[in-house]
Write a protein that binds this ligand. Structure first.
Ligand code: UDX
Length: 443
């Protein structure tokens, strides 16, 4: 099948590439000329394990092409995906201007029947508005002969494992207005669930809400665990034992129950905010999510307060190592990363920070204050040189079982603030570290 993918950001690029990998012909379109040139030269603008190889293979075999010319890409495509950004506006609502612009361009350029599939995360009712914009453009061209259908298919890709998530999905949600579009989309997605049908067909509003509801549910689990971890510290319980005990109930399950320094990234914070905003707009307030957001915000402050309390409120003259700047492992994405909040707070109190991240360093550097008080290091051990304490903010694999003896030798102090509960408190204490985890009280 022939596909036009509008937007070569994270979602568009991964979706377009994976659709090409199973034999479709995909045009990826973007207004950013430099980005398209880079992609044409085989340069991938994002860090995503495995993506570069699949892009190269499909470009070589002629199934994947990049262009800034929407008309060229539209002409022979049946499916047109909209995968442009929906950044949060000032009031927390999703900014839909890029989505509507793409819709208008489709209406202005199409010459034959299209199935326009929205992939960007959009509030309930937006796909219908997309249809309105396309119709308006067609009407202004006086082309009553042109016809189209709209659909909404949310993405559930996790950064760092996006290819696997796309190729082996838990489910594929297809929101359509009629059974013919549903059947065609099922055919398009069937190569990704050959053995077992994982395609769930539903109405467009239900599909739109499924995306927000899924991310908000996961964020709720995390905030619940974070609040519970704070409570554990007050009552002498250990959150890791509680997590294990709870997660073994098959009704609860063990995923997304890990407390830490709060969720970040481009999706959870934005989607929780957007659903809160939609709730208010529709006179059906999402009060639970308001708390989820509040807990996430205060979790970083609570962790920082732990550091501050340890040093009696004054970090002047202290050197603190920070391991992990990206919002989670296996990505260079620092959007809403805990490090971007916590490091400036440490600096404000007079600390010098020695920071290291395996791939997120450059992105973090661009966002953090420009100051000599942040020293970017070449590896995690260099970050520890003469450090009074270590803050572990992202659980990258090399941080999980480091050489503790070497760490002790390099550090001037002996304190570990483990923001991701990676280490065993008893072992840490036995090795002579002063250990602060998240909700850890092991007797
Ligand atoms: C998320 C959704 O998982 C994905 O389905 C959606 O399409 C986009 O948003 P992503 O933002 O890539 O994906 O990251 P994810 O792995 O879900 O983690 C989100 C955040 O939650 C990270 O900051 C992570 O550190 C945090 N997290 C996750 C926890 O604090 N505890 C957990 O138990 C799990």
């Amino acid at each position: 099948m022939r596909i036009c993918m509008i937007g070569t950001g994270y979602v568009g690029l991964v979706t377009g590439t994976c659709l090409a990998e199973v034999g479709n012909h995909v045009w990826c379109v973007d207004v950013d000329q430099r980005k398209i040139e880079k992609l044409q030269n085989g340069e991938i603008p994002i860090y995503e394990p495995g993506l570069e190889d699949i892009v190269a293979r499909n470009v070589k075999q002629g199934r994947l092409q990049f262009t800034t010319d929407l008309k060229e890409a539209l002409d022979d495509s049946l499916f047109v995906f909209i995968a442009v950004g929906t950044p949060p506006g000032e009031d927390g609502s999703a900014d839909l201007s890029y989505v509507f612009n793409a819709a208008k361009q489709i209406g202005a350029s199409m010459e034959n029947y299209k199935i326009v599939v929205a992939k960007s995360t959009i509030p309930v009712g937006t796909t219908e508005k997309i249809a309105g914009h396309i119709s308006q453009e067609i009407a202004s061209r006086d082309r009553k002969d042109l016809d189209f259908d709209v659909a909404f298919c949310p993405e559930f890709l996790k950064e760092g494992s996006a290819i696997d998530d796309f190729m082996k999905p838990d489910r594929i949600v297809v929101g359509t207005q009629n059974s013919r579009t549903a059947e065609l989309l099922k055919e398009l997605f069937s190569p990704f669930c050959m053995r077992e049908n994982r395609i769930i067909s539903m109405s467009i509003p239900s599909a739109e809400l499924t995306k927000y509801a899924s991310n908000s549910m996961l964020a709720t689990r995390i905030s619940f665990m974070n609040q519970l971890a704070r409570f554990c510290e007050k009552v002498g319980a250990d959150i890791d034992q509680v997590r294990h005990g709870m997660g073994s109930d098959s009704r609860i399950g063990s995923a997304f129950l890990y407390p830490g320094v709060g969720y970040g990234g481009s999706c959870f914070p934005k989607d929780v905010k957007a659903l809160i905003h939609s709730g208010i707009e529709n006179q059906s307030p999402m009060t639970l999510l308001e708390s989820v957001e509040e807990i996430n915000k205060t979790q970083r402050e609570w962790f920082y307060q732990k550091v501050l309390n340890h040093y009696d409120g004054d970090l002047t003259g202290k050197t603190l190592a920070v391991w992990g700047l990206s919002f989670k492992p296996n990505t260079d994405d620092v959007r809403e990363a805990p490090a971007l909040d916590i490091i400036p707070w440490l600096l404000e109190k007079g600390a010098t920070v020695r920071a290291y991240d395996p791939v997120g360093q450059e992105n973090a550097k661009a966002e953090l204050p420009k100051t000599d008080s942040i020293i970017y290091c070449e590896d995690n051990y260099q970050a520890l040189e003469n450090a009074d304490g270590l803050l572990l903010l992202t659980e990258w694999l090399p941080f999980r079982r480091p050489e503790f003896d070497r760490m002790k030798e390099l550090m001037a102090g002996d304190v570990i603030f483990d923001g991701r509960n990676q280490y065993n408190p008893e072992q840490m204490n036995a090795m002579g570290f002063v250990y602060h985890g998240i909700g850890r009280c092991v007797l």
